[in-house]
Design a protein around this ligand. Structure first.
Ligand SMILES: [Fe+2]
Ligand SMILES: [Fe+2]
Length: 481
């Protein structure tokens, strides 16, 4: 078996030697039709027969792993791809630090591992469900192709998690794999497991914000799981991260192109004041204050995915060597954290203060702090655009206490600077912070499809370069009638 190149001979492309593992192969082949039913029901609506210029992984070599070609999405080669095994890999943290990485599930951590894999797995199909109507209002064929690329890769990520469940968790793994196809984003009876994955993605600005903020949570979780002492999980996540980078690119450049388009239109019309919302909207572009409100919404919804400030689950998973920190292998400390503390924001007598707590119980917050720093770097890159146009407007991340549903700050109302306010103040001011109905209606009014090759909707600038170095008028999706 060649672990770098992918075996495309069978029904399920893979680099895990599926042909010599009849039990798992049979289990996956049994799961496959249900997956396709799910994809046909819940995947991109209206474009299943269209030819989409997609990348498919042909190798897991970081230097080059994809080939591009036209494919109908239901025929996409979803496969099981693990990053190459590291020789002699050791568990990098926790109470088993320095022991050989596990190639089988350690019995005592079986339930914990299964739970983590199921939660990660559940987010993958959820985002496909959330985004299924967006193709119809794509601002260009380029953007439509990027949406579908993200969608098929989230589908593949579901395969990645289902492979782990089927291979390592026996009957209950099989049941969990089935249940992953049954839950539905936003469904009242059988919702997806996490809040942000039950929200709607009603328009393209939401999609770009989602891929920037919420896929970035995915990146952080995968980075933490890529450190796992359970080697098959580590290898799976390492390869998923190479795909995830594109999702983040779609979000960052998507929002960046919206800002670019708005600033260019303002400049051309001689509008100096970014807060003159009505004048800016008349130009058919999205005003910067509304962009800020969308940012506030998606950032705050995503922070909830990091869970509670103090978490024994996170402490246990670290102690067990199952889930590490962001770039654990680059950190310089004892990697056990039994005697260290970590500062977190908490409510003390109704005020937000920094409090030192045992580092093990604060691991969610540590990952969240790394996440916030990663977001802030991207926001800084966005802010170069108004600067370039000489427009006095800077996007900012709201305070972590703003608009929270989970953890300490769900008990209070806070503004974007983190000042605690009364319920009454919140009711009268929330429209300043979050998109109002009329903001949403305005954004929706711009969502007119643009399906002519090389053309873009009024509210978004073309990308600097094409996918796979294609020219500007390349037909990224050949739409079937
Ligand atoms: Fe994913
Ligand atoms: Fe993603």
């Amino acid at each position: 078996m060649n672990i770098v190149n992918v075996d495309y001979d069978g029904l399920i492309p893979n680099n895990v030697g599926l042909n010599s593992d009849q039990r798992v192969k049979a289990a996956l082949e049994k799961w496959h039709p249900g997956y396709l039913d799910w994809w046909n029901d819940m995947g991109p609506e209206g474009f299943q027969q269209s030819l989409v210029y997609l990348r498919t992984a042909v190798s897991v070599d970081p230097k080059g792993w994809a080939k591009f070609d036209y494919v109908k999405m239901p025929d996409y080669k979803w496969g099981i791809l693990l990053a190459p095994q590291v020789d002699d890999r050791k568990i990098p943290f926790g109470s088993h630090k320095g022991e050989a990485a596990w190639q089988e599930v350690p019995g005592e951590y079986r339930a914990m591992l299964r739970r983590l894999i199921v939660i990660q797995g559940d987010t993958e199909p959820a985002s496909v469900e959330q985004q299924r109507f967006l193709g119809k209002t794509a601002p260009s064929l380029y953007d439509m192709r990027n949406l579908f690329q993200v969608n098929v890769e989230e589908g593949r990520h579901l395969w990645a998690m289902v492979y782990l469940l089927q291979k390592y968790f026996g009957t209950d793994g099989r049941e969990e794999a089935e249940a992953l196809l049954q839950r539905r984003s936003g469904d009242t009876d059988t919702p997806r497991m996490l809040g942000a994955f039950n929200e709607e993605t009603p328009d393209w600005l939401s999609f770009f914000m989602f891929t920037f903020f919420t896929d970035r949570d995915g990146k952080m979780q995968l980075e933490a799981l890529a450190q796992s002492g359970f080697d098959p999980l580590s290898r799976t996540c390492r390869f998923m991260l190479t795909e995830e980078a594109h999702h983040m690119f779609v979000g960052e450049t998507g929002v960046g192109r919206v800002i670019e388009c708005t600033c260019a239109a303002m400049k051309q019309a001689g509008i100096q004041d970014p807060n003159d919302i009505q004048a800016v909207r008349k130009l058919g572009v999205i005003d910067l204050p509304t962009l800020q409100k969308k940012l506030n919404l998606h950032f705050s919804l995503t922070l909830d995915l990091f869970g509670n400030e103090i978490s024994t689950n996170a402490a246990n998973a670290f102690h067990a060597g199952i889930k590490g920190r962001f770039r654990e292998d680059k950190l310089e400390d004892d990697h056990k954290l039994e005697n260290s503390t970590y500062p977190i924001s908490r409510l003390v007598d109704g005020k937000i203060s920094s409090v030192d707590v045992p580092a093990l119980s604060a691991l969610n917050m540590r990952l969240r702090d790394d996440y916030v720093a990663d977001c802030a770097a991207g926001v800084g890159r966005w802010n170069r655009v108004p600067e370039k146009f000489g427009i006095a407007f800077q996007l900012t991340l709201p305070h972590v206490a703003f608009h929270r549903q989970i953890g300490e700050f769900s008990k209070v109302k806070a503004d974007i600077a983190g000042a605690v306010m009364t319920d009454k103040e919140w009711e009268s001011r929330k429209g300043d912070f979050l998109p109002s109905d009329s903001d949403r209606e305005f954004i929706e009014s711009l969502m007119k499809p643009e399906f002519e090759p090389g053309k873009f909707a009024s509210w978004i600038a073309p990308p600097k370069t094409g996918i796979d170095n294609k020219s500007g008028d390349f037909e990224y999706v050949k739409i079937a009638d």
